[in-house]
Design a binder for this molecule. Structure first.
Ligand code: NIG
Ligand code: FE
Length: 414
């Protein structure tokens, strides 16, 4: 199966010498080719360049798409979501409007515990069908790869149920999916006051069973004030690492929790949220391979302080951005909106913002060797825009869908 996309107004994020991510000043680098072609074979990008240099010959049987007036981008990589969940939580959101904080809602048994209650009741099939619909929805907005976490189960049985659903999604969806075990997302009510006992369950029961069924690529802990301590986090990460689960940490959303440093210490692929990031945290990250990942949707929806993205980039760090799609703190998986928020709320230039939601977020979910940019040999996961005047228009014209078609593994899916 071959495909030729021709007359592309602008081919965006091309790489002749692919890098794994872009940090600091390099985040402003965004290579483009005007009036371009892109040639796809067997699901991979095999050639691209100026229309004038377009190869002839072997293209006879190719599906041809004329992209006159349109741009082509690598599909978004959404490196942090909780999109397998049993029910929406809009009533809690009204409590938030009335002034209750995220932590107050959690203390009253709302929040993650509310989802956990419903998770015990819902069937695996229903969970799967609902999540598949959400995958279709984010695909239509240009997402081509997504990481999905467990963490709304909080018992061995229900955590396994969630992870089995993610496994089925991996097998049946055209999106590239990574699974993360997040048993330590919240402390179940029956363990209140004896949190360490729950950590023991995570370590001694959950992790070995998740590993035995090979259900998780990564392991996560919500390391923050009122949730899991640095000590809990380190114990869990050590246990996960024994089974080859690489850490991706929820850190420093509610306080200077030490979560960033704990993540770096255990070689986390990413540390995520980062509202409370100061000099110490930046220093720790500068000496690491850990991708700092900001989740603008959650900060926006909860009305929190914004992570110091500019300061981080100016200090030489890379930054990725992801949706955090979940029913409590970020009920949207629209990565075009995240791209706009990157510029509007965090003052990233359009070039920096595009790097944050493509190449750097690919790195944050461990797929930047095959996704996140337009490079020969990479998987053909990309989108064709509607007619748009400039690249800058993508973050600027916020709130509408500017994606016309999406191609995953070389096939048109939307
Ligand atoms: O990433 N911060 C912790 N966990 C989720 C929220 C999940 C929920 O409230 O359901 C987050 O924002
Ligand atoms: Fe999250």
């Amino acid at each position: 199966m071959t495909m030729l996309i021709k007359n592309i107004k602008k081919l965006v994020q091309t790489e002749s010498d692919p890098v794994t991510n872009r940090a600091g000043k390099e985040m402003s680098v965004l290579n483009t080719i005007e009036n371009a072609f892109l040639y796809i074979k067997d699901g991979k990008i095999v050639d691209f360049g100026k229309m004038a240099e377009q190869p002839q010959g072997e293209l006879q049987d190719a599906v041809v798409i004329d992209a006159t007036g349109k741009m082509v981008f690598p599909a978004f990589c959404d490196s942090h979501t909780h999109l397998v969940y049993p029910a929406s939580r809009e009533i809690e959101y009204v409590d938030k409007i009335k002034g209750l904080s995220y932590e107050e809602i959690a203390k009253r048994g709302g929040g993650i515990l509310n989802s956990a209650k419903k998770m015990a009741e819902i069937s695996e099939d229903e969970l799967y069908e609902d999540a598949m619909k959400r995958l279709d929805e984010i695909t239509a907005y240009g997402t081509g790869a997504v990481e999905i976490k467990s963490g709304y189960g909080l018992t061995t049985e229900t955590e396994l149920k969630m992870l089995r659903v993610i496994k089925r999604l991996k097998e049946n969806s055209p999106l590239s999916i990574k699974a993360t075990f997040l048993g330590a997302h919240s402390i179940p009510a029956e363990y209140r006051g004896r949190q360490t006992d729950y950590v023991d369950v995570v370590i001694n029961e959950m992790i070995p069973q998740v590993a035995a069924e090979e259900l998780a690529d990564y392991i996560d802990v919500f390391c923050d004030r009122g949730f899991f301590t640095v000590e809990d986090t380190e114990r869990i990460l050590m246990a996960g690492l024994k089974y080859g689960m690489i850490p991706k940490i929820h850190a420093n959303e509610l306080d200077y929790s030490g979560g960033i440093q704990a993540g770096v210490k255990y070689g986390a692929l990413s540390v995520d949220h980062l509202e409370y990031t100061g000099e110490e945290e930046i220093k720790a990250l500068l000496n690491s391979d850990t991708m700092p990942t900001i989740l603008p949707g959650a900060a926006f929806f909860l009305g929190m302080v914004y992570a110091p993205a500019r300061k981080m980039i100016d200090a030489g760090l890379p930054v990725a951005m992801a949706s955090d799609f979940n029913p409590g703190s970020s009920p949207s998986g629209n990565m075009q909106l995240i791209l706009s928020m990157a510029s509007i709320l965090y003052r990233l230039t359009p070039e920096e913002a595009i790097n944050a939601v493509t190449l750097n977020s690919a790195y944050a979910m461990g797929v930047s060797d095959e996704l996140g940019s337009i490079a020969i040999g990479k998987r053909a996961n990309l989108f064709i825009t509607k007619d748009i005047p400039t690249i800058e228009y993508m973050p600027y014209y916020y709130g509408t869908n500017k994606v016309d078609r999406i191609i995953l593994n070389g096939k048109i899916v939307v």
